[in-house]
Design a protein. Structure first.
Length: 153
């Protein structure tokens, strides 16, 4: 390879290398294989968690939300916490290592309940993430409505 081709090749590699595995302005949506559970919302009301979580990585901050059913409406509930995330070649952790994402398998675990394993998908930008999470909310609402059809009241 002559020096001009080598220089061109190296400049392309260096310009593109930050693209691989970078988190800035990406989102993940994660599903658990476990059954939904009832949790208490911050307002003290019972809330059925559907076990579908979403996280957005904006520069050095991660925010999160999940789907929950309240008064027969599937809602997007934002976590009240946000904070930094840390990366290694193998994993991404955030919120004091409460959440741990395997970068190769995209399996997410929570340190407080390791029995719940989430399978995640990556969305390339926040706009796509937001559209996909809203679409998941709509799908879960339709599923919930199907459960209500047989009710007499």
């Amino acid at each position: 390879m002559n020096s001009s081709r080598l220089l061109s090749f190296l400049s392309i590699v260096f310009m593109c290398s930050p693209c691989f595995g970078q988190l800035g302005n990406k989102g993940i949506i994660c599903d658990s294989e476990k059954v939904a559970q009832v949790v208490e919302s911050l307002a003290g009301n019972p809330l059925e968690s559907i076990d579908i979580y979403g996280f957005q990585f904006n520069e050095s901050i991660v925010t999160g939300e999940f789907l929950g059913v309240y008064q027969d409406n599937v809602e997007i509930i934002a976590f009240e916490v946000y904070g930094d995330y840390q990366t290694t070649p193998d994993k991404i952790t955030w919120w004091g290592a409460d959440w741990i994402l395997d970068r190769k398998t995209l399996r997410l675990t929570n340190k407080y309940d390791r029995s719940r394993v989430f399978n995640c998908i990556v969305l390339e930008d926040i706009e796509t993430y937001t559209e996909a999470f809203n679409q998941r909310r709509s799908i879960e609402q339709l599923k919930h409505n199907e459960k209500l059809i047989k009710n007499k009241i």
